[in-house]
Design a protein around this ligand. Structure first.
Ligand code: NAD
Ligand code: DAU
Length: 349
């Protein structure tokens, strides 16, 4: 049975992944999370008493802490979700993106190499325990933006446009370098936009649901015709589980569900499902350097690993909206305090 160190497991995708793995496999999980504004232990209530699960509050950049966790829990797998994940925040404050996303990933790689090596005293050792694997959760944004046609494949050159995507691309290159230089058994997954329960309402879909609930204007950046390729979060979790189980070491796998939608279509869907009026739509100033279109070619993961998404866009969105409607306290807790300042700065500042 695997002993997985999940980092960032109190965030949106990480918390869905922790629950997915505990219910679908016999693994044990150590969840290391700094509980930044995006981390929330309420996301993990249903597993906190599980004997196969332990939570540790801490920073992935903390060398001693990370090394101690490898030793204490005999970690054989790392799934690195921990990151600063919001593009708009990276535009106003890029420093922390470099620190967490690049330095933090380097620190985890360093510990994995040291702990998993069969001869840790040998600086040139390229042999590792057979069962170990480091999986870096990356993003399609590292490829940059597409025009009207074409799709991202795993060989598309990296061309990140925002400080966020630049920091994720930097982390990917470190993961690759640890594989090439030290032979560390790694994978990188690059997924398209996720949606689903527990997503923080700074991102498009939960922000629009929240504003609809409060009858507030729905702020669409620019013309709203930017395209994203949407995937229900549980499908992302099952894809990562497939890569952990069957992915070829050293390989990159794109993850996406062939669901390209313009932002305006998403907002119209939410309005109609929530029975709200289109007059709430408000076009606001565009995001600087706004990527026009993302689209994932998922041929490699579907053909090689037999993974495919289970949710249609309509089914996933209905489940998501219903979850937010059924959990008003969750939304209330995460939007009190600091969220109000963020919202005012971002949308009225
Ligand atoms: P999120 O912002 O909801 O969660 C990030 C988590 O990381 C939080 O719990 C936060 O407390 C934790 N964290 C931040 N800094 C930390 C640090 N220094 N040490 C330990 N923990 C720290 O993010 P998300 O949307 O769940 O994304 C998770 C990962 O998936 C990220 O790496 C992101 O780049 C990637 N990704 C996200 C999407 C998406 O659509 N959301 C798509 C593809 C890839
Ligand atoms: O593609 C994967 C990426 O998807 C992940 O790596 C990122 O972590 C995740 O945040 C997401 O990035 P985006 O920038 O695509 O997501 P966001 O939800 O911020 O925005 C989606 C689209 O909606 C984008 O074109 C900007 C637009 N938007 C967003 C917000 C918050 C608006 O028009 N209005 C808004 O208020």
């Amino acid at each position: 049975m695997k002993n997985i160190l999940v980092t960032g497991g109190a965030g949106f995708i990480g918390s869905n992944f922790v629950k997915y793995m505990l219910s679908h496999t016999g693994c044990s999980i150590v969840n290391l999370d700094a509980l930044t504004y995006a981390g929330n232990l309420e996301n993990l209530r249903e597993v906190e008493a599980d004997s196969r699960y332990v939570f540790v509050r801490g920073d992935i950049c903390d060398r001693d802490l990370v090394h101690n966790l490898f030793e204490k829990y005999d970690v054989d797998t790392v799934v690195n979700f921990a990151a600063e994940s919001h593009v708009d925040r990276s535009i106003t404050d890029p420093d922390i993106f470099v620190q967490t996303n690049i330095m933090g990933t380097q620190n985890l790689l360093f510990a994995a190499r040291r702990y998993w090596s069969v001869r840790p005293e040998d600086k040139h050792c390229r042999e590792y325990r057979p069962e170990v694997r480091f999986l870096q959760v990356s993003t399609d944004e590292v490829y940059g933006a597409l025009g009207k046609t074409g799709m991202f494949t795993e060989t598309t050159p990296l061309s990140p446009n925002s400080p966020y995507s630049a920091s994720k691309a930097g982390a990917d290159l470190f993961v690759r370098a640890y594989h090439e230089t030290f032979g560390l058994p790694v994978n990188i997954t690059r997924c398209s936009n996720n949606y689903g329960p527990y997503q923080f309402p700074e991102k498009l879909i939960p922000l629009m649901i929240h504003n609809c609930l409060e009858d507030k204007p729905l702020p669409i950046y620019g013309d709203g015709l930017q395209i994203r390729d949407w995937l229900y979060v549980e499908d992302h979790c099952s894809a990562i589980a497939s890569v952990l189980e069957k992915g070829r070491l050293g390989e990159i796998y794109n993850i996406g569900g062939n669901n390209e939608k313009a932002n305006i279509e998403i907002v119209r869907f939410i309005l109609s499902r929530m029975g709200k009026n289109k007059s709430l739509i408000t076009h606001v100033k565009d995001r600087p350097g706004h990527d026009r279109r993302y689209a994932i070619d998922n041929t490699k993961i579907t053909a090689e690993l037999g993974w495919s998404p289970s949710y249609t866009f309509e089914g996933g969105m209905a489940k998501t909206i219903d979850w937010y409607l059924a959990n008003p306290q969750w939304m209330e807790h995460v939007t009190s305090g600091a969220y109000q300042d963020y919202y005012n700065r971002m949308y009225h500042g």
